[in-house]
Each structure stands twice: as C-alpha cells, then as structure tokens.
Write a protein that binds this ligand. Structure first.
Ligand SMILES: [Zn+2]
Length: 417
C-alpha cells in the first residue's frame, strides 16, 4: 500500500495508489457500488468495463445485515464480481443524508445559497427550525427551499448525534454507529481504502454548529486510528469544516498531522465557493499522501478538484443518471427519453468505443428501450456512462503528464457540461 506522485502540473498531479488488489492511476473516479455491486450491470460487464475503483456503503451494508455475510465470504472482493480496488465510506455521510439532508431535501452543494450569509438564519442545532422557512429570502437574496414546518414537526429526526456515537432509526429499527464500530465493519468488508467516521454537516448548518461538530469529527478521527487493527487497508482521515475558511484550515492541519494513509475532503461546499473550500481543505495536508473528494462528481467540479490537487472522486452521477436515461456525450448530457432523439441515428457519443456504441446501438434505439421500460436500457446507459467517465479521467491524466497547462485547459473547454 503506497502512493507515488508521477507528475505535477501546477497543483494538479498524476500518481499511482498501490493496493492489495491492484494499482489505481490517479486522478481517477470511484463508481458507486452501494451494496457491493454497481446497479443494473451484469457480472460480465465488470470484466469488460473493469472500473479501476468503486466505493461501497458501510451504512447500507450494516443496516441490511449484509456485512455479516460479506465477512463470512471473506470480504467484498470474494462476494461480488468487483476485483479491482474498492473503497468503503464510514457511514458518516448518512448522518447528513438521513438527517438534515433528507429533512430539507438538500445535497452537499447548496445551490440555493448565494454566499455564506445564506446559511445564517436557519439552524443552530439538529432540531428542525421552529418557523416555516420555506422560500425564506436570505439577506443576500438567495432563496432557500425547505420543507414546510408542519411536515418537519411531524417527522422525528431519524438521526441522533451524540458525542461518542450516532443513533439511527432505519426501517423502523434502531442502529448505533461509533468510530470503533465503523472501522470494525469496514475491516470485515475488507475494502482496500476505508474512511474515518465523521459528521458530515449540512449546508444549512451555521458557523457555531460546524465548530462544535468539528471537535467531534477530530476526536473520532483519533479513535478510528486507534481502532484499526487489520493490515492491508489504507485508512483515510476526513477534513470537515463546512464553507468556513478558518474551520476548514484548522481541520486540514489537525487531520493532516495524524498518521492516516490518505485524506478525504467531506462535508458541504457552496456551489460558488467550491474551489476556495477545496483549497482551504487541502492547505494543511501532506503532499505525498492521496486526497479524495467525497461525493463530488459533476464534470465541471472534477476539473476544479483536479486543478487543486485532488487525486480521486466518487459520486452517483454517471451511474444514477444513466438509470434515469441521461447519457454523457461530447455534445453534453443527453436526456435520451426526449422526443428529439426519436429519429436520431447517431451513436450515443461519436467515437466512444464502449460495448454499446461499438455494437451499433443508436440514440433512437436506446430511447425506445427506455420508453418501453426495458431494464436493459439502464444497463446499456450505465455501461456507456462508466466508459465515458473512464475515458475522461484517462484524458485528464494524459493532459497533466504532457506538462502543458494549455492541454488541461483545452480539455476542460472541450467538455460541455
Ligand atoms: Zn458508448
């Protein structure tokens, strides 16, 4: 297990993460395999597509009890057809997605907030706000779309975050995760890269909440290091701190000084501040260890991350969007179900080279499969999008290795997203 930097271009870099299940050339992308497999793919697709990196979900494998079966089988690589390096997240993201994220229907990137002032009025605790904040106009003119108060009051928060543990209610049952337990489950799952248990705060959380939460994430990081017993897995610490410069820098220095094998950048990013926030989050990390940007995978954000020195990304975008009929091409993102593709005889993406495009399947053909709800449609779109993302990362690595900044810039302009 190691990380080697091959070439640098400004802050961007290419490298190799060496793991027990093979090497990952970086920058690279981890496709989401929540339950240990990528939805809608057949077993043979893994061999032909050979995604270099995937990420499975500790929380979902834990609450479904599958972690026990996987442990018995000898780990994720033994149980599922993924033979290349695998990451598992720690469950920390569910603290956010099942709690505040679910309640407020909000992602890691707050697209409604125009500047940090927008996050001030809403919340100082994990309790729902007492007043109706739907469509609250903030001082900076951003419009926040929260659920109506009535609904918030009726729903009980499914996540309780205590100083040493998180208690989830899932599917009517209670579960508990601690830093120690998260590491133990991840050791049983046997991924090559595992993450420290943290609290991923919401874009709705203000400075005070983030400050308090950071203390928890930092003490949990130390506990995770102590809890790790198994060799052969790289443990990444996670930098949090929301969109606040001093908190991000503080977290970066604190986590960066701990003996982790690599680092994840978690939490929320303002859409407009993404570049700045990533810069602050990387400021205290050692250069010679790999950096992963958690849950971010829109193509424009990938170029931002690569430019700041991020080595790996993960996100549901290419696979989830494929299942909903969004196909990636150099012409942009095509919603293949639209009528405009009814007679379109072009390949999904000219010169793509994936199994689908090479078989002569055209846009009009895929559209019919989606319109008729044939499951094969999701599989074909998933194969194509994975291939598209893999090719994108190959080109990014090539541009960095060329040593010419203009090549990376040209490539970024070429992708119309
Ligand atoms: Zn294709």
């Amino acid at each position: 297990m190691s990380f080697l930097i091959k070439n640098k271009l400004g802050l961007a870099r290419t490298g190799i993460i060496k793991t027990a299940h093979g090497n990952v050339e970086t920058p690279n992308f981890a496709f989401v395999a929540t339950h240990g497999f990528i939805k809608s793919l057949k077993e043979e697709d893994y061999f032909s597509l050979a995604p270099e990196l995937t990420i499975s979900n500790t929380f979902h494998l834990f609450v479904t009890g599958k972690h026990k079966e996987i442990k018995k089988a000898g780990g994720l690589h033994k149980m599922f057809p993924l033979k290349n390096p695998i990451m598992t997240d720690s469950g920390g993201f569910q603290v956010f997605s099942l709690g505040w994220g679910k309640k407020h229907n909000i992602g890691k990137v707050d697209k409604t907030a125009k500047n940090p002032a927008c996050v001030q009025p809403v919340d100082k605790s994990t309790r729902p706000p007492a007043r109706d904040v739907s469509k609250t106009t903030c001082v900076a003119g951003g419009v926040r779309a929260c659920l109506p108060t009535g609904r918030l009051e009726k729903d009980r928060n499914p996540v309780k975050i205590l100083s040493d543990r998180v208690i989830f209610t899932y599917d009517g049952k209670k579960f508990e995760l601690t830093p120690r337990k998260s590491i133990k489950i991840q050791e049983d799952l046997g991924a090559d890269i595992i993450f420290a248990f943290d609290e991923c705060t919401s874009p709705l959380h203000d400075y005070e909440y983030n400050k308090k939460s950071l203390k928890k994430t930092h003490s949990w990081a130390k506990e995770c290091l102590k809890a790790k017993k198994k060799n052969g897995q790289m443990l990444y610490g996670i930098v949090q701190g929301g969109i606040f410069e001093n908190l991000r820098k503080e977290s970066s220095s604190f986590i960066g000084a701990l003996p982790f094998d690599g680092f994840g950048i978690g939490g929320s990013f303002g859409e407009k501040q993404m570049e700045e926030v990533i810069g602050w989050a990387l400021s205290g990390l050692p250069e010679n260890k790999p950096r992963h940007l958690l849950g971010i995978g829109a193509i424009k954000d990938i170029f931002i991350g690569v430019g700041k020195g991020i080595d790996t990304f993960d996100c549901v975008i290419p696979t989830r969007e494929a299942r909903h009929g969004a196909v990636y091409s150099m012409e942009g993102r095509l919603d293949i179900k639209r009528g405009v593709f009814e007679k379109d005889k072009k390949a999904l993406d000219k010169g793509c080279g994936c199994f689908v495009c090479s078989s002569g399947i055209k846009r009009k053909d895929l559209r019919i499969l989606f319109k008729e709800n044939i499951p094969e449609a999701q599989r074909l779109a998933t194969i194509h999008n994975i291939h598209f993302y893999k090719k994108l990362f190959g080109k990014i690595r090539e541009a960095i290795d060329s040593g010419k900044r203009s090549n990376l810039k040209k490539l970024e302009k070429h992708y119309k997203f």
